[in-house]
Design a protein around this ligand. Structure first.
Ligand SMILES: Cc1cc2nc3c(=O)[nH]c(=O)nc-3n(C[C@H](O)[C@H](O)[C@H](O)COP(=O)(O)OP(=O)(O)OC[C@H]3O[C@@H](n4cnc5c(N)ncnc54)[C@H](O)[C@@H]3O)c2cc1C
Length: 402
């Protein structure tokens, strides 16, 4: 008799946890491991748009019904509030350039979401993957602490710097660093300013682009106490092209951002002006990895989420694709469990779909990043034509033709 199906998920990010929830819902055994032993301090929000139906299939009813608790503002219903869109403004005048609509669009705070989706699934923390061994009908993951996990399939959901991607592709797994300065930092404002900021900004996504080749977004991250605006946390994302000789130095780049704010309109002008002098931030590299075909080792090892396609955040597609991967991987495992397909056939079909979607969106998002820093050409950019929708038919079942 063959061994029962067991999945090893490397990485407890949005993708890994969505997979774990979906497998549990379908009674498929799984373990999730993550290298972190304490939650990381970096936090941001993601725009969930076209991936909603996939998420509904993956999550148990109680978590799906509580999805609003993972939002920066748990009380916001974009439909009721009439803000089912994202806004891109001319940063110089504050006027709307484009406001792509999307029914039901919402933001999720990634740390709140990880806490919620981590409920009732088996996550083992403090486990950094350092090796994979393959047997005829199983795969074993080895961890830095000397322990291991054996299962039928291993999925690397281990983010943009994926170790599993490197195992599969060696040097072809190298990410590309784009020539931009990228700042991402959280802030609190005094109560009066926090209320004013909330009134000025679009509640889902509010970004501005400036003719001087700069992008700024102001977002809500969390409202720990709805009635006390001084507790609300906002965050600023800013990008601008790196000069040829620019190296990231050991200094506070919030000061540099302040110096670059000449000629900006609200809400971005006040968003930066009101940042207190104790706030510090340094640029982080803006990295991408355009999906390349990997050999899934006879249907034993594959990838999902940023491990499979690391894209820039400027079109808000990374998490949507990660959730789509998760649902498609779970469906593939359900077909294996039901003996409709072999693991090899199921993973070949899954990989083909991820490759097609991932390669396309990494490139489209890269083009969008350049266009947001090229004011004159912005109106020719993908967001003008496609808004925040996929640029290809995600339901075209190329995968099944494999
Ligand atoms: C500032 C910003 C804004 C964004 N905005 C949007 C948006 O609006 N819309 C959108 O769709 N997407 C957005 N994204 C992208 C989105 O956040 C990611 O695509 C998504 O979170 C990826 O999830 P993941 O599970 O694939 O990876 P991650 O969330 O990176 O999770 C990977 C996990 O793997 C673990 N791990 C790593 N290495 C190992 C190892 N060797 N062993 C064990 N565990 C390991 C890590 O600890 C981590 O927990 C944004 C990203 C950023 C940075």
């Amino acid at each position: 008799m063959s061994k029962p199906l067991r999945v090893i998920v490397i990485g407890a990010g949005l993708s890994g946890l969505a997979i774990a929830q979906g497998l549990k819902k379908n009674d498929i055994d799984c373990v999730v491991v993550d290298k972190e032993s304490t939650p990381r301090d970096r936090n941001w929000g993601v725009t969930i748009a076209w991936s909603h139906p996939f998420l509904q299939k993956l999550l148990p009813e109680n978590l799906w019904n509580r999805l609003h608790e993972c939002q920066p503002d748990p009380a916001l219903d974009s439909r009721e509030a009439g803000c089912e869109s994202v806004i891109i403004r001319d940063g110089q005048s504050g006027q709307t350039m484009v406001e792509p609509p999307f029914p039901g669009v919402r933001r999720l705070n990634i740390q709140k979401t990880r806490r919620s989706w981590g409920e009732c699934v088996h996550v083992k923390f403090g486990k950094t993957i350092t090796g994979i061994t393959l047997e005829a009908d199983s795969v074993t993951a080895h961890f830095q602490d000397g322990t291991s996990e054996t299962g039928s399939v291993l999925i690397g959901s281990d983010g943009g710097g994926s170790w599993v991607r490197r195992f599969l592709l060696e040097d072809a797994a190298d990410a590309q660093v784009l020539p931009y300065m990228f700042l991402n930092f959280p802030i609190r404002y005094p109560a009066e300013q926090a209320r004013k900021m909330e009134r000025m900004m679009h509640p889902i996504v509010d970004v501005g682009i400036h003719p001087k080749s700069m992008y700024i977004g102001i977002f809500l991250l969390d409202k720990p106490d709805l009635s006390r605006p001084e507790t609300w946390i906002f965050y600023i994302l800013a990008t601008w092209p790196k000069g040829e000789n620019d190296v990231v130095e050991d200094r506070n780049y919030v000061d540099e951002l302040r110096q670059r704010m000449n000629g900006w309109a609200d809400p971005y002008k006040s968003a930066v002006e009101w940042v207190t002098t104790d706030i510090q931030a340094k640029p982080v590299p803006l990295k991408i990895w355009g999906t390349k075909q990997w050999d899934n080792r006879g249907g034993r090892v594959t990838l999902s989420g940023d491990a499979a396609h690391s894209m820039t955040f400027h079109r808000g597609q990374g998490a949507n694709n990660a959730i789509c991967d998760s649902e498609r991987f779970v469906s593939a495992m359900v077909s294996v469990k039901n003996a409709d397909r072999s693991i090899k056939d199921a993973l070949d079909a899954y990989d083909a779909d991820v490759l097609r979607r991932g390669a396309q969106e990494v490139e489209v998002s890269r083009v969008q990043t350049d266009a947001l820093h090229d004011y004159a050409n912005f109106f020719n950019s993908p967001i003008m034509q496609h808004g925040i929708k996929p640029t290809i038919d995600i339901n075209a079942n190329d995968a099944d033709k494999v």
